[in-house]
Design a protein around this ligand. Sequence first.
Ligand SMILES: Cc1cc2nc3c(=O)[nH]c(=O)nc-3n(C[C@H](O)[C@H](O)[C@H](O)COP(=O)(O)O)c2cc1C
Length: 370
Amino acid sequence: MSAKQVSIKSCINLEELEARAGQILPAASFDYYRGGACDESTLRENREAYRRIKLKPRMLRDVSKIKKNLTIFDCELSTPIMVAPMAFQMLAHKDGELATARASANRKTLMTVSTLSTCSLEEVREASDFDLWFQLYVYKDREITRDLVSRAEASGYKALVVTVDSPVLGKREKDIKNRFDLPANLTVKNLTLHNLEKFPDEGDDSGLSTYIASIYDRSLTYKDLSWIASLTNLPVLVKGVLRADDALQALDSGARGIVVSNHGGRQLDTAVSTIEALPEVVEAVNGRAPIIVDGGIRRGTDVLKAIAFGASAVYVGRPVLWGLALDGKEGVEMVLDLINEEFENAMTLAGASSLEEVTRDLIFQSRGEI
Ligand SMILES: Cc1cc2nc3c(=O)[nH]c(=O)nc-3n(C[C@H](O)[C@H](O)[C@H](O)COP(=O)(O)O)c2cc1C
């Protein structure tokens, strides 16, 4: 076993993996991956909010067998813990998105591939023998959007996740100071055909921020969501919802799933934590569509709480990048194994032997609460 593998194997949880990744990644890449917007209040709150929620476990419930598999949009997964869409994975490891896709496939869970991937969506599809979803950013040039949707559908992706919380980039101060840019050998590979694979070489901001400001469509509305849904037979999920009214309007505009997300605290700082936003969305959606939540999920108990509050599944973001940086495909597998083992442990100790038994009554409410 190499020294590197020994040092990763000694990590006992996802937080320790983050600290280890911080020691090996170039500072600008680590800052880009780890950071949030402005004061990083939302980034911190995503974690803190989970810590504040207390559990009320059930006893004597026969937890000798734990089932955590689920089917979502016809994809049969071994676990409700999925891999969030994240840009530029070759900054972490030379195999980038290909390694993440292989690891997710080996663990029978979904990876959602970002529009801003450093391998093309076709290359990632080719590398994996399991279902994949594609995350879509909407460009001003509608032909680009149309092209991305049809390529994702043609190459066999199973759903489209439209991210709606990024008309511009949040103010990520570390990236501005670092003038964050992609190294010369990396590109936004999906956009090569459209000559948009490189960040523009101008301005004092981060290269990514300038790129997004110049080509993402800020005029996007629910009407455009209906248009996107009309382009494809794939189910469309809307990512970045934090309010009941937005969730309902998204469903009325053709979306078939909701991702409650604040982009990992990278967009609007002081936006509500996602686990605190979730109950109002669950109540409004009222079983009409699956709801996924992400942001700050680092422990098996976080997954348990998200599902108890009504999420069908969760996305894990940054920890996947730490695993990827530390040991490529094996590192991502280790991350997925760690959090899945913790989740199983939490289900067992809470007296829930299936996802159906992970219900709201597992959440402790103090007597003062309504
Ligand atoms: C480095 C990085 C890149 C990201 N890139 C994208 C992206 O391209 N598209 C997108 O919809 N979300 C993107 N996200 C947001 C994630 O999908 C997810 O919402 C968030 O990371 C979840 O929070 P967590 O990292 O605390 O688990 C990115 C997040 C990070 C950390």
